[in-house]
Design a protein around this ligand. Structure first.
Ligand code: OAD
Length: 274
């Protein structure tokens, strides 16, 4: 699968970063985003369900769309690709997984060091309505429980963590923070929103420190995530891409392996680390 000199370089690595996108979870039954007929964005305009403006305009519609997606994700289990990445921890000193996925399957497979660039579908967060804040419609009172801008000025001081923790992404009305009444939303990054600076900073550090980066199943069309493999290339790390279709990275990588993650990853790791 690899030429012998590349195999040898990989065998000497002590610090590997694995960068993943929706393609690694495709064989677990979770649709990708941009594939022509089957991608989530082939049938739905992301502006209507995956932006803060969409949630502001119609919170229930956006909530229901994510509940439906969560149904698919809950039924999914890690595949041989996720499991191979988790096993890599035993063969190589340090493995950091940087994922754009919100499905939690790397954790489920046993990967320990996972940076979720775009958040996690199963965590809830307060909806911060920036338009209302800028328009002066809301006071800047921070809720002690959800950490968002409190909707009510008389935020309930007795509401506790357990009241918030029992709320889940499930069918029904959009839940509200039990203390301040703010609408809750999935803790993921929608279009037009910034990434968590701590997570992004840690991802940049991982890409800057690794000896090799393996990029799996991403179209690399969304920034700033897409710039991460290029940081490793600039520093001279070995970069391998696994994807059935070529991307902008393919011609810059040391090897572009065309194929599905669940077949290629176990075979590649067996070839290099035995
Ligand atoms: P895309 O849907 O843009 O790209 C998926 C990639 O996976 C494509 O390049 C496919 O060729 C490849 N692929 C498909 N099946 C595969 C398989 N079995 N094995 C390996 N690769 C396969 O998904 P992302 O690049 O992850 O944002 O998209 C980036 C972001 O855009 C996502 O994180 C999402 C979306 O809007 C959020 O969820 C916040």
């Amino acid at each position: 699968m690899l030429d012998p000199s590349l195999r040898q370089r990989l065998q000497q690595t002590k610090n590997i970063t694995v960068f993943t996108g929706a393609g690694i979870s495709a064989e677990s039954g979770i649709p990708t985003f941009r594939e022509r007929f089957t991608g989530l964005w082939a049938n739905t305009d992301p502006q209507e369900v995956a932006t803060p403006e969409a949630f502001r305009a119609d919170p229930q519609r956006v909530w229901d769309w994510h509940v439906h997606l969560a149904g698919t994700v809950r039924r999914a289990a890690p595949n041989a690709g996720h499991r191979a990445i988790a096993r890599l921890q035993e063969a190589v000193g340090r493995v950091t997984v940087i994922t754009q996925n919100i499905d939690d399957l790397h954790h489920a497979a046993g990967s320990r060091d996972v940076l979720e660039l775009h958040g996690n579908l199963f965590r809830l967060a307060p909806f911060v309505d920036e338009e209302a804040l800028f328009a002066g419609e809301r006071g800047p009172l921070i809720c002690h429980l959800c950490g968002g801008y409190a909707l009510r000025d008389d935020c309930d001081p007795y509401a506790g963590r357990e009241d918030l923790a029992c709320l889940r992404l499930e069918a029904g009305p959009v839940p509200r923070c039990p203390a301040c009444g703010a609408l809750l939303r999935p803790d993921i990054v929608w279009f037009g929103e910034p990434l968590d600076p701590h997570v992004l900073g840690a991802a940049f550090e991982a890409a800057d420190a690794c000896d090799a980066l393996i990029c799996v199943g991403s179209s690399l069309e969304v920034e700033p995530a897409a710039s991460i493999p290029y940081r490793a290339i600039r520093r001279g790390a070995v970069v391998i891409e696994i994807n059935p279709a070529p991307t902008s990275l393919t011609e810059h990588a040391d090897a572009g392996i065309q194929g599905n993650a669940s077949a290629v990853l176990p075979e590649l790791f067996r070839e290099v680390w035995g």
